[in-house]
Design a protein around this ligand. Structure first.
Ligand SMILES: Cc1ncc(C[n+]2csc(CCOP(=O)(O)OP(=O)(O)O)c2C)c(N)n1
Ligand SMILES: [Mg+2]
Length: 621
């Protein structure tokens, strides 16, 4: 009758439970949690800190320098593992916890699992107000951690140790469910962390977590088949769901059998090898001319595992008259834009469609157009990225730097993982980066969070220690968050960091002017300055001070030579190059809705407003 129990603190029980969870991988069983990132303070050092120490062999604890950065690393780790392995992050109460909020939002937008464990104020309220307690005057039960609620797929505050028995299985269910996946926050009041309870021993027995994949319902499959069978000019839009659903082979097989070209979103890039004849490349605002031309002409767009954000749809202007078929595990995504929804895992959905379609193929003319456009875009990319001689005083631009990075490896498309998030680079990389391996392109463009790059790359390297992890980052994003360079050195997780220094927020400066604005407050030279002016930042010296090897270079030839040294180095290596803030790849792209002021004294703003009103006519509503 009496189930065996073990007396543990809430924190000890939490850690013991997490450490017991396993997953099946291609290389056998592995722990679901690759570790816990922790910065201790009051609210987690005594309780959770003591528990993590006890379990440090099974569940390693990593220390970094900023809570947001730790969560970025954890999120990137999960993304690199296609959401099948993950990490937890714990913080102290107050500022440590609220530093995690941006990362929670990032994980939410990108549908990536991360377990956030912020410390919380005393449930007893006996010593209130404690250090760092916000003190909400309307609600005695509220703490700073309530700010996680709108940013979490599941939020819970563990106010009594026994609550873990229901909260933890729920948390793991959300973290491992393809449709619900996102950040889970368990707020941990510090007195409850230290409280003991007699937990059933069985609760901690090793469990293998299952990742379920569900195929389409018969009626939705029939509707989808009916739509496709009448299509002559279909286009597949491959989103992140293709990668997370391990559907890349199914995608290739579908595209080949039915002669359907593929365009990729930011999250979906690397779903199909770059040299595949049906690979049209990037789609949308940061898209290739090939993908965008076919998107305009398509009669059916098959959106697979994409949230259809504005960069993908050109703010709803791109898909012309196409009907939309949405294959998605998430019902909200599948319902978007009056599409025909097919609620399904990407791999099972594509396989079921392919079977039902039998020998249906796109029209011969469409197939030929796709092959021709894809081929022509590959040639253009060769030309842009092959550019090596840039005559001084002109500076190289991002496309040429990308070419040098790819040339610096014998096979960058197989061995490298490029990491980026914000600035000019995501557009350039989306268009120009080449990869043959799923996951070889890691650009966080759901939240496009400056400061994700270096911290995220640390998580990528923890997940894939044998790949070359290359961070491509602008000067602005570098300066926003770079402290995990020191962590990468400490943990022996080598990163290659290429800083493109154009002396300011280049992409926003261009956007400002495209909206009729004067150059203002973006490039350093356009900002308020004292008599010293803006400092000339020595990025190499900065990285060296954090323990990395580093050099500044001027030309593409010097960059190539420096990258050889970086590839051979035994630790994190940074190379900084001055780049042109004005130039970008002109080919491709499409309209993006940014609201331009309706009234202004500036004629440039009035002109931009007129263009904006005109462009909105192409928007589907
Ligand atoms: C945390 C955060 N703050 C602000 C922004 C808005 N933003 C997007 S890109 C950018 C400038 C990035 O500058 P840099 O990294 O130097 O890249 P560049 O545009 O110069 O290539 C800004 C301010 C953002 N994406 N993330
Ligand atoms: Mg910049």
């Amino acid at each position: 009758m009496n189930a065996k129990t073990i007396r543990l603190t809430m924190a000890q029980a939490l850690v013991r439970y997490l450490a017991a969870l396993q997953v099946d991988t291609a290389d056998g069983q592995a722990p679901l949690f690759g570790g816990v990132f922790a910065i201790f303070g009051h609210g987690n050092v005594a309780g959770l800190g003591e528990a993590l120490y006890q379990h440090r062999e099974q569940l390693p604890t990593y220390r970094a320098h900023n809570e947001q950065a730790m969560a970025h690393a954890a999120i990137a780790y999960a993304k690199t593992n296609m959401r099948r392995r993950m990490m937890a992050v714990t913080s102290s109460i107050g500022p440590g916890a609220t530093n995690l909020l941006t990362a929670a939002a990032l994980a939410h937008v990108n549908r990536l699992p991360v377990l956030l464990l912020p410390g919380d104020i005393f449930v007893s309220r006996r010593p209130d107000p404690v250090l760092q307690q916000v003190e909400n005057f309307q609600d005695g039960g509220v703490s700073a951690n309530d700010a996680f609620k709108p940013l979490s797929r599941y939020f819970d505050r563990i106010c009594y140790p026994e609550q873990l028995l229901t909260a933890l299985p729920r948390a793991i269910q959300v973290l491992t469910d393809a449709a619900e996946c996102g950040p889970v926050t368990l707020a941990l009041p510090q007195d409850v962390q230290a409280m003991a309870y007699d937990y059933p021993v069985e609760f901690f027995s090793p469990q293998t977590v299952r990742f379920r994949a569900r195929g389409p319902a018969a009626d939705e499959l029939q509707e989808a088949l009916a739509l496709l069978k009448n299509a002559r000019q279909p286009l597949i839009v491959a989103g992140g769901g293709v990668l997370y659903g391990e559907a890349t082979e199914a995608l290739r097989a579908f595209a080949e059998k039915h002669a359907v070209p593929v365009a990729e979103t930011q999250a979906g890039k690397s779903a199909l090898a770059w040299r595949h004849p049906l690979q049209l490349g990037a789609l949308g605002v940061t898209g290739s001319p090939a993908a965008n031309a076919l998107a305009q002409k398509a009669d059916v767009v098959i959106a697979v595992g994409t949230r259809l954000q504005d960069f993908t749809t050109g703010s709803h202007s791109l898909f012309g008259q196409a009907k939309l078929l949405s294959i998605n595990v998430n019902a909200v995504d599948a319902m978007k834009w009056q599409g025909t929804p097919m609620l399904s895992d990407a791999r099972l959905g594509l396989a079921a469609l392919s079977q039902g379609l039998q020998d249906w193929r796109s029209s011969t003319g469409w197939h030929a157009l796709a092959l021709e456009q894809a081929n022509s875009w590959r040639a253009t990319v060769d030309k842009i990225t092959g550019q090596r001689e840039i005559e001084a005083p002109a500076l190289p631009y991002d496309g040429e730097v990308i070419g040098a990075v790819q040339r610096s490896s014998i096979d960058s498309t197989v061995h490298d993982i490029v990491v980026c998030a914000a600035g000019t680079l995501p557009a350039e990389l989306h268009k120009l980066w080449r990869t043959s391996t799923p996951g070889g392109y890691h650009v966080e463009y759901g939240y496009s969070c400056m400061g994700y790059e270096i911290a995220g790359a640390l998580g990528v390297k923890l997940a894939q220690p044998d790949r070359d992890v290359i961070v491509m980052v602008g000067d602005g994003s570098y300066l926003m968050m770079n402290s995990e360079i020191a962590t990468s050195v400490m943990l022996d997780k080598k990163l290659i960091i290429v800083v493109l220094d154009n002396r300011g927020y280049g992409c926003i400066n261009r956007l400002q002017q495209a909206c009729g604005g004067a150059p203002f407050n973006n490039m350093l030279e356009d900002c308020l300055q004292g008599p010293q002016g803006a400092p000339a930042i020595d990025f190499a010296a900065h990285a060296r001070s954090l323990g990395a090897l580093a050099e500044n270079v001027k030309t593409i030839a010097q960059l190539e030579a420096a990258l050889q040294r970086a590839r051979a180095a035994d630790r994190t290596y940074l190379v900084c190059i001055d780049t042109d803030p004005a130039r970008t790849t002109e080919d491709g792209g499409c309209w993006w809705e940014v609201a331009v002021p309706e009234v202004s004294e500036r004629p440039q703003v009035q002109a931009a407003r007129a263009e904006y009103e005109q462009a909105r006519h192409s928007q589907k509503v």
